[in-house]
Design a binder for this molecule. Structure first.
Ligand code: NAP
Length: 257
């Protein structure tokens, strides 16, 4: 993997550090200058050259080994991974892996061995017998609104899920979700989509960072972009922090100005 931006200056470490899991983690470290308890929400998405957020119904055909390394690194740095219920259903989400390479780093940061996953859902039509709920290293959360169906709430709790209410009706309010998660001690947040959920978080102006992998593939068709929902109005300006490259894939990291 090579760093394209910022251009290395005198005394810069060479790019070989990016091939080491901990070196890549350093390149994606959460900002250290935030007051204790302040949440930071980054999103990680992959898009094709022509802007598609999926191919053949999934994101995997757009990905690459290096993209999976970045994906795993961002997970290893996070306290909690937010994901929309449709992505969980379509991609068969499993618990985040405990990875030996990051054990010491996570322990030093006061984090459990793996990030928790928080599924955002109104209907809670989820497979509560799946490993995501029955075998996570840390309990999976379900984020929903106060009007969620009682039976499904009971099923979620019976499966060991931690239910967090973050909305008055059946929908989760993104700003409230971030606040509720921070109050539970989850401040290093990672949003993994999908496009319908991510659009709402961006429109609510709670997205601090976007890690976008630009995949060198043209897909055409009618796939959504990485955000598919309410407009960000007025458009919100982000600035590039870094751009890495491997095998024609660009790994961009943009932060809110
Ligand atoms: N390119 C990428 O990086 C990337 C990343 C992730 C996913 N994807 C792809 O995106 C597709 C799925 O994405 P999607 O946009 O269709 O769905 P999604 O955003 O993953 O999930 C939508 C679901 O989330 C729940 N939801 C959304 N907003 C909510 C709110 N405000 N409050 C409560 N629940 C809410 C609802 O669940 P209920 O129906 O359960 O109520 C809704 O049906 C898949 O094809 C996946 O492969 C691509």
């Amino acid at each position: 993997m090579q760093r394209l931006f910022p251009r290395p200056g005198p005394g810069a470490t060479d790019d070989s550090a990016l091939d080491d899991p901990l070196g890549l983690a350093d390149a994606y470290a959460y900002p250290a200058d935030r007051a204790a308890g302040t949440p930071y929400l980054r999103a990680n998405m992959v898009g094709s050259l022509d802007g598609a957020a999926r191919a053949e119904g999934r994101s995997a055909p757009l990905s690459s080994p290096a993209d999976m390394r970045v994906f795993g690194t961002l997970r290893a740095l996070a306290d909690l991974i937010l994901v929309g219920a449709e992505t969980v259903r379509q991609e068969g989400y499993r618990p985040a892996k405990v990875r030996a390479a990051f054990a010491a780093r996570r322990a030093a940061a006061g984090q459990p061995p793996a990030a928790a996953i928080a599924v955002v859902s109104r209907r809670l039509d989820l497979d509560f017998s799946a490993p995501l709920f029955t075998a996570p290293a840390v309990p999976t959360l379900v984020l929903t609104g106060a009007g969620a169906p009682d039976g499904a709430l009971a099923a979620a709790r019976a499966a060991g899920a931690r239910v967090v209410v973050a909305g008055e009706g059946d929908a989760v309010d993104p700003a409230r979700a971030v606040r509720e998660l921070a109050a539970l001690g989850f401040t290093r947040l990672l949003h993994e989509g999908g496009p319908r959920l991510l659009a709402q978080f961006a429109a609510a102006d709670v997205l601090d960072e976007l890690c976008l992998t630009l995949s060198p593939l043209l897909t055409g068709g009618e796939a959504p972009r990485i955000m598919n929902g309410p407009a960000v109005a007025p458009p919100s300006r982000f600035t590039p922090l870094s751009i890495l490259e491997e095998d024609g894939f660009l790994f961009t990291r943009y932060v809110r100005c």
